[in-house]
Ligand binder design. Structure first.
Ligand SMILES: Cc1cc2nc3c(=O)[nH]c(=O)nc-3n(C[C@H](O)[C@H](O)[C@H](O)COP(=O)(O)O)c2cc1C
Length: 335
């Protein structure tokens, strides 16, 4: 086998041989990535508690987002509500009712019922009073599922110490429509680019769009900000360039550097009192092609995330988006 390899190497040349070996490595690793995703993501199965929790978060976050609208859409998200009710009656879920995300879900499903009850809107065809009474009986505390803000209070800690500052940032989806100056956007980038990156390769570019037709087309492709897009007049698009990655092991590094940059960008925007909401670009190659065409990107460039920006309305709401307890995050490795 070794001799055959050496022979092929001699015939096709060192460079081509190396390329073929690396391509093989890329295919094997991409295949294993795909299999791991197939096995462990919730796309194909719902067979672990974490997958169930993930679905619960998806649904309760939908309720929180529904509560943000200035004009409440009664009976919104009926299908999601039916799914969430089913999941919240699962024995394992009930046993884990103290976990932050499960608690938040019980709270959201109760608030949904109470809001309709208060306004006399009948939802008994998909959400029974028995279910509500049961969910309510599991709750020992009460809290709102959205946070109400005014402009001054929201940015009160924009220059505070990092603990207060980071707690005060939130995803803003309600804008006045007024434009943030390009000069300020430049200042934002000045801070955002302090983000670290692998070997300081700084693969990230931020594309800026303010043409309404382009923004509308991109947001309608994205779909995650339905109901808020009318007042989105400025859009940042965080893009990573594959040209800068040189080992097969770095095949996902573009997302890591993109994520690190994105967080710094969000903090920089908050620092300059600009409202922003990251909007995922977790799509497939068809949508990638469409946005590449829309923005005039080269094939090497990958959109990581969209960030609509603007001046927040004087009064607006953000989702509670309760964070996990430290015990759910920080795990000590057994020595
Ligand atoms: C990568 C990423 C993608 C997101 N995509 C969307 C989206 O498509 N639509 C949306 O309304 N919010 C989106 N969000 C905002 C999250 O819902 C929000 O960050 C989360 O609930 C935490 O709330 P906070 O940002 O107010 O702290 C996204 C956030 C991130 C980090």
């Amino acid at each position: 086998m070794r001799i055959i390899k050496l022979l092929i190497r001699k015939i096709i040349g060192e460079k081509l041989f190396e390329s073929i070996s690396l391509f093989k490595l890329l295919i094997i690793n991409t295949y294993i990535d795909a299999m791991m995703f197939f096995k462990h993501s919730m796309v194909f199965k719902q067979n672990t508690f974490n997958k169930i929790e993930s679905k619960i978060i998806l649904h309760y976050h939908g309720i929180e987002k529904g509560f943000l609208h200035e004009k409440f859409r009664y009976r919104f998200g009926e299908k999601g509500i039916i799914g969430l009710i089913e999941l919240l009656k699962n024995k394992e879920v009930i046993e884990n009712q103290k976990r932050t995300q499960i608690l938040a879900a019980y709270m959201a499903i109760c608030k949904y019922y109470e809001k309709h009850q208060k306004e006399g809107i009948d939802i008994s065809d998909y959400y029974s009073s028995n279910d509500y009474v049961f969910f309510k009986s599991l709750l020992t505390i009460d809290f709102d599922i959205v946070k109400e803000h005014n402009h001054t209070e929201f940015f009160e800690h924009s220059k505070s110490d990092f603990f207060e500052f980071s707690k005060s940032r939130g995803s803003v989806r309600n804008f006045t429509g007024e434009l943030v100056s390009f000069e300020t956007i430049n200042k934002v980038i000045q801070i955002a680019k302090t983000a670290p990156s692998v070997c300081n390769r700084q693969t990230i570019k931020v594309y800026y769009a303010e043409k309404k037709e382009i923004i509308s087309r991109i947001l309608s492709l994205q779909q995650g900000l339905k109901g808020y897009s009318d007042d989105i007049n400025q859009l940042l698009i965080v893009v990573s360039d594959r040209n800068y990655f040189y080992t097969v092991g770095e095949r996902n590094q573009l997302y890591i550097d993109g994520g690190v940059f994105l967080m710094n960008l969000l903090y920089a925007l908050h620092y300059y009192k600009i409202g922003a909401c990251p909007a995922h670009w977790g799509f497939n190659y068809q949508q990638d092609r469409e946005i590449q065409k829309e923005l005039g990107l080269s094939d090497s460039e990958k959109v990581i995330c969209l960030v609509p920006i603007g001046i927040p309305k004087n009064e607006f709401k953000t989702t509670l988006s309760i964070r996990r307890d430290n015990e759910e995050i920080l795990k000590i490795v057994n020595s």
